[in-house]
Design a protein around this ligand. Structure first.
Ligand code: PAZ
Length: 314
C-alpha cells in the first residue's frame, strides 16, 4: 500500500510546484548515464549543489535565495571522480562548478595578454595552475564521468531531484545521493503568488509562506529505496547541530548526515550515522597546504558506501 505521507508529497509537488518542460528529457539522460556507468562496474553519485531560489511574484522580479556558493558540491565532485565514481552534478545555474571553481575569483581579461596585437596568451602569473587543471578537466570531459544538470528555482530543484532518484533507482545500492544543496524550507504556492511586481507604494510587505514538503521522505522510502543517501545539515547555533542531525536520521532512516556550521564549514564537519559520529577536521598545517575538507568527507563516505553495498549484497 502506498505511504500516505509520500502520496501527499507527490500530490503537492505536482500541484504547487511548476514542472520544468525538459524534466523527462533530463530523466532519460540520467538513467542512461547511470546504467552505462553501473554496467562498467562504477558507482554513481548524484550531487546537489548551490542554493534554491524562491520567487515572490509569477513574473519574477524578486525572490528569496538560500545561501550556498556551490563550493562543497563542486569540490566534492572532483574527489568523487578521483575515487572512481561517475557524477551527476545537479547544481544551481552559475554556482561554482568542478575545476573552473579554482578560477572563480579571477577576471578572465586580467588573465589574458595580447601579443603582437592579435595573438592571445595566458598570463602564467595570474593563472599559474591553468595547464594542470585544464588537463584534468579535459580528461574528465573525454571520459564522460561528469553529467551536469542545472536548476534555478526551488520547483526546478524538487522536480529534478525526484526524476534523478527514479532514474538512479535502476542501479540500486550502487547509487549515492550527496545532498549538499541549500534548499529553502519555505515557499509561496503558485496559486497565492501575485502575477505582477509587488508595489512598495502598497506599504510594508507581509509574507506568508508554506512549508516545503520534505522530499527526503519519498526519496528514501519510494523513489530510490536501495540507494546510499547522505543529507547535509547547516546550522549557525553549535548547540543544536548534533541533535538536528540525529533527528533527521531518526525521521528519514537514511545512511548519513554531514553536519556543519556556517562559520567553520570549510575546516570542520561531523559525519553522523545511526550508530556513529566522526569529526572531520583540517589541522592548521593542512589549511596552509590547501588541503580541502571535501577530500576527507568523500573518503569517509565512499568507504561507508562500499560497506553498505557489501552488506546489501550479502
Ligand atoms: O556551497 P557552500 O560550500 O558555500 O556551502 C555548503 C553548505 C553549507 C551549503 C553545505 O555544506 C550544507 O550544509 N548544505 C545543507 C544546507 C541546509 O541545511 O539546508
Amino acid at each position: 500500500m502506498a505511504d500516505p505521507t509520500v502520496s501527499s508529497i507527490d500530490g503537492k509537488l505536482a500541484e504547487e510546484f511548476s514542472i520544468p518542460t525538459h524534466v523527462e528529457e533530463v530523466k532519460q539522460k540520467m538513467a542512461a548515464f547511470a546504467t552505462q556507468h553501473a554496467s562498467a562496474g562504477r558507482r554513481v553519485v548524484l550531487i546537489t549543489s548551490g542554493g534554491t531560489k524562491v520567487p515572490l511574484e509569477s513574473r519574477t522580479v524578486r525572490f528569496l535565495d538560500n545561501f550556498s556558493s556551490g563550493r562543497r558540491g563542486s569540490t566534492s565532485a572532483e574527489y568523487f571522480i578521483d575515487s572512481g565514481y561517475a557524477v551527476i552534478f545537479l547544481h544551481r545555474h552559475r554556482s561554482l562548478y568542478p575545476y573552473t571553481r579554482m578560477f572563480s575569483t579571477i577576471n578572465m581579461l586580467d588573465a589574458l595578454q595580447l601579443k603582437g596585437g592579435e595573438e592571445v596568451v595566458v598570463d602564467q602569473q595570474v593563472l599559474p595552475d591553468i595547464a594542470k587543471v585544464l588537463k584534468k578537466y579535459s580528461e574528465v570531459k573525454e571520459s564522460g564521468l561528469l553529467l551536469p544538470v542545472e536548476f534555478n528555482t526551488l520547483s526546478e530543484y524538487l522536480h529534478m531531484l525526484k526524476v534523478a532518484a527514479q532514474a538512479l533507482s535502476t542501479i540500486g545500492s550502487k547509487a549515492m545521493f550527496y545532498l549538499a544543496a541549500a534548499v529553502s524550507d519555505f515557499y509561496i504556492p503558485a496559486s497565492d503568488m501575485p502575477e505582477h511586481k509587488i508595489q512598495s507604494s502598497d506599504g510594508p510587505l507581509q509574507l506568508s509562506m508554506k512549508m516545503v514538503p520534505k522530499i527526503l521522505s519519498p526519496l528514501v522510502k519510494e523513489w530510490a529505496p536501495q540507494a546510499f543517501v547522505v543529507s547535509f545539515k547547516l546550522e549557525t547555533d553549535a548547540s543544536i547541530l548534533l541533535e538536528k542531525a540525529r533527528r533527521a536520521l531518526d525521521t528519514y532512516r537514511h545512511q548519513a548526515v554531514v553536519a556543519n556550521l556556517l562559520e567553520t564549514r570549510q575546516t570542520s564537519v561531523l559525519v553522523v550515522t545511526l550508530n556513529t559520529q566522526a569529526e572531520l577536521l583540517l589541522t592548521e598545517d593542512e589549511v596552509k597546504k590547501q588541503v580541502e575538507i571535501e577530500e576527507k568527507i568523500v573518503s569517509n563516505l565512499t568507504a561507508a558506501h562500499h560497506v553498505f553495498i557489501t552488506q546489501q549484497a550479502g
